[in-house]
Design a protein around this ligand. Structure first.
Ligand SMILES: [Zn+2]
Ligand SMILES: [Zn+2]
Length: 248
C-alpha cells in the first residue's frame, strides 16, 4: 500500500470506523466481515452449469472431460446470455449484504465486492470488451440516489481493467416487483422494459459484453437485457452478479 493510500485509509477509518458489511459489528479493516457473518456466506464454486453457473451438488458424469456440462434448465431452454457467474448463493447469509448495498447506503462495500466479482468472473472478464450494469428506472434512481448494479460494475471494471458503460441500457418503464411472479410472468413483466441508449449502437456491435447486477433470481431481467444487446449486434453477452438464487 502506498503512503498516500495508507493515509487515506487512516482518515477513512477515523471518519467511518470499519464495520462488518453484513451486521455492522466492528471489524479490523474496511470492507471486511465479522467471523460470524463470513462463516454464514456460501461462495459458489465448481462444479457448475457451464451456462447459467448453477452449482451442482455433485459433479455430474462427464464433468471435467469436456468442461461443458449444462443443467437441465439450460438444456431445455438455453438462456440468451452465454454464461452467468455469481459470487455467492443468495440465502440468509448473503441477503444482508445485498439488501444493505441496495437500500442501506453501504456503498463503501463496493470495492470489496468488486474484488469478489473479479475473482468469480475472471474467465468472463478476461474476454470482455465492456461491462454494462442493469439500469434502474430514473425515478427509482432518483429515490435511491445510486444504482447498486452500476457501483458493482465500476468496482469490478476497476479490478479487471475493463471499461464500464453505466448508461448503455435504459429502463424505459419501471417494472413492478418481480416477487410472486412465476417464470413466464417475470418474462412478460420485463419484456420491452429496456432499450439501448440512443446513439450507442456502435459501442455494442461485435462486442463481448458482461452484464452486471446484484442478484440473479430467475434471470428474466438479465435475459431481457441480453436480448436487447444481442439484437443490437453484440457478439456475446455474459452475466456477472454478486449473488444468485440456487434452488435446492
Ligand atoms: Zn457481521
Ligand atoms: Zn444452467
Amino acid at each position: 500500500m502506498s503512503a498516500l493510500a495508507r493515509i487515506a485509509t487512516t482518515i477513512l477509518d477515523a471518519l467511518l470506523p470499519p464495520r462488518c458489511l453484513a451486521c455492522g459489528a466492528s471489524v479490523d479493516r474496511q470492507g471486511g466481515l465479522c467471523p460470524a457473518c463470513w462463516g454464514g456466506l456460501t461462495f459458489i464454486a465448481p462444479p457448475l452449469c457451464a451456462c447459467c453457473g448453477m452449482p451442482f451438488e455433485f459433479a455430474p458424469n462427464g464433468f471435467g472431460a469436456s468442461g461443458d456440462v449444462l443443467c437441465g434448465a439450460c438444456m431445455a431452454e438455453p438462456p440468451p446470455f452465454a454464461r452467468a457467474r455469481a459470487v455467492l448463493v443468495y440465502d440468509d447469509g448473503s441477503r444482508p449484504l445485498v439488501l444493505g448495498f441496495k437500500h442501506g447506503d453501504r456503498i463503501h462495500a463496493a470495492d470489496a465486492y468488486g474484488a469478489w466479482l473479479a475473482r468469480a468472473g475472471s474467465d468472463l472478464l478476461a474476454e470482455a470488451d465492456l461491462l454494462v450494469p442493469v439500469p434502474l428506472h430514473r425515478w427509482r434512481l432518483f429515490k435511491r440516489r445510486y444504482n447498486q448494479a452500476a457501483l458493482l460494475a465500476q468496482a469490478a471494471g476497476r479490478r479487471a481493467k475493463v471499461p464500464v458503460v453505466p448508461d448503455l441500457l435504459v429502463r424505459r418503464r419501471a417494472t413492478p416487483s418481480q416477487g410472486g411472479l412465476d417464470r413466464g410472468g417475470r418474462r412478460r413483466n420485463v419484456k420491452g422494459a429496456f432499450l439501448l441508449k440512443k446513439g450507442t449502437a456502435g459501442r455494442v456491435k461485435d462486442k463481448r459484453i458482461v452484464l452486471v447486477d446484484d442478484v440473479l433470481t430467475t434471470g428474466a431481467t438479465l435475459a431481457e437485457c441480453a436480448r436487447v444487446l444481442l439484437r443490437a449486434g453484440a457478439m456475446r453477452v455474459d452475466v456477472l452478479t454478486l449473488a444468485r438464487v440456487v434452488k435446492t
